[in-house]
Design a binder for this molecule. Structure first.
Ligand SMILES: Cc1ncc(COP(=O)(O)O)c(C=O)c1O
Length: 335
């Protein structure tokens, strides 16, 4: 969520509540708990009146998410809205449906899954969360490797194009990884694989390529990146992997350009994220990250919870909602 700009100083009361005036005789405080309660109908009307000032989602064609879904989806959502779906024991079918999605996506992206084997991945609130998790897995794997070789592991870096979406900067800052950006040049607005591989060093936890650059939709050349990096890995003895940020292209490439090799067909691609809500007819709040194999997700990042009797392995971040008073910290604003 964005940071708050709500200023509590000027207006202390909800000024007008057009249709609730028959209930609301006293001014309603905006930032304090009211002294007395109010009828639920009044609360509903006051909030509905305020929400009228939001835009009309059906007319919002400017941002990445779409705001209309089939009525059957609305029905399914409303039928499940009271389920605490993180409780996998109580709601195993919901968990099973999520697992099926992960498997379908891993197969779509050509993960090398043996028959009877399950894919490795999680559902998230979108690609931003997915990228935090993927980045964390790379960082932890790299640290484990450096530790086992008795080398310093306090200066990890990640190589991306300067066209990366702001969530990569957030990952770098929150998880203390240096972001090494390949500069763009006039007429070429994605990461140049040659320059990216030049920037790789022993502390590089991964190179992140984008399939569907946020600004132009252009695909980066992951195949060439894989070739160049394989060569460099051979020369140096490193094993720098690739992550593909397929937030905006992961559900286009397999259907429209099936011959382009960008996914797990390339051996160095160890994880891929994709958004569910960028392609139409899906409400905001869904994405996934899938890993090539179990070996690519360090086991000590997976929490095994068994409060309710059975083992519930999880690898998630719980994203907070709401705004914070601050204007300065995240300055670049992609849509
Ligand atoms: C390339 C890319 N990566 C990541 C994201 C973040 O995606 P989400 O909104 O699903 O968190 C976006 C969103 O625009 C994007 O275009």
């Amino acid at each position: 969520m964005v940071l708050t700009t709500t200023n509590p100083a000027p207006k202390q009361f909800v000024e007008s509540s057009t249709f609730a005036s028959r209930y609301v005789r006293q001014p309603l405080p905006r930032f304090q708990m009211p002294e007395t309660s109010m009828p639920k109908e009044a609360a509903y009307q006051v909030i509905t009146d305020e929400l009228m000032l939001d835009g009309n989602p059906r007319l919002n064609l400017a941002s990445f998410v779409t705001t209309w879904m089939e009525p059957e989806c609305d029905k399914l959502m409303m039928a499940s809205i009271n389920k605490n779906y993180v409780d996998m024991d109580e709601y195993p079918v919901t968990t099973e449906l999520q697992n099926r999605c992960v498997n379908m996506i891993a197969n779509l992206f050509n993960a090398p899954i043996g028959s009877g084997e399950a894919a490795v991945g999680v559902g998230t609130v979108g690609s931003s969360e997915a990228i935090m998790l993927a980045g964390l897995a790379f960082k932890r794997k790299w640290q484990q490797k450096m530790k086992s070789q008795g080398k310093p592991y306090d200066k990890p870096n990640i190589v991306t194009g300067a066209n990366v979406q702001v969530c990569w900067e957030k990952f770098a800052r929150y998880f203390e990884v240096e972001l090494k950006e390949v500069k763009l040049k006039e007429g070429y607005y994605v990461m140049d694989p040659v320059k990216a591989v030049e920037m790789v060093d022993e502390n590089t936890i991964c190179v992140a390529a984008i399939l569907g650059s946020t600004l132009t939709g252009e695909f980066e050349n992951v195949k060439l990146l894989n070739e160049l990096l394989t060569k460099k890995n051979k020369e140096t003895g490193w094993d720098t992997p690739i992550h593909v940020d397929a937030a905006s292209g992961g559900f286009i490439a397999p259907f429209v350009y099936p011959k382009i090799e960008w996914d797990f067909r390339l051996p160095l691609v160890k994880s891929i994220n994709v958004s569910g809500h960028k392609y139409g007819l899906v409400y905001a709040g869904i994405g996934w990250v899938v890993w090539r194999s179990k070996e690519d997700l360090p086991d000590d990042l997976v929490f095994h919870i068994n409060y309710l009797g059975s083992d519930q392995p999880t690898f998630t971040l719980n994203f907070s909602k709401g705004k914070i008073f601050m204007h300065t910290s995240i300055q670049r604003s992609h849509p």
